[in-house]
Write a protein of this length. Structure first.
Length: 73
């Protein structure tokens, strides 16, 4: 019986993470004034959120590279 509860909890967490990724990617696309979410928006959303970045360790095809440059003064 406990296995079912644990599985349901894991599914709930993954659904919540998925919704969070979509929300952040949607925000990125709005900021860029486009109507569609692209792999680049997903990449920006995941890498821009510390918790999602640690949770999702995957390469996103078409996501491009993020600049790891230090901000200039």
């Amino acid at each position: 019986m406990h296995y079912g509860k644990a599985k349901a909890k894991a599914v709930s967490r993954s659904q919540r993470a998925g919704l969070q990724v979509l929300e952040l990617a949607g925000n990125a696309s709005k900021d860029l004034k486009v109507k569609r979410i692209t792999p680049r928006h997903l990449q920006l959303a995941i890498r821009g959120d510390e918790e999602l970045d640690s949770l999702i360790k995957a390469t996103i095809a078409g996501g491009g590279e993020l600049c790891s440059c230090s901000p200039q003064k």
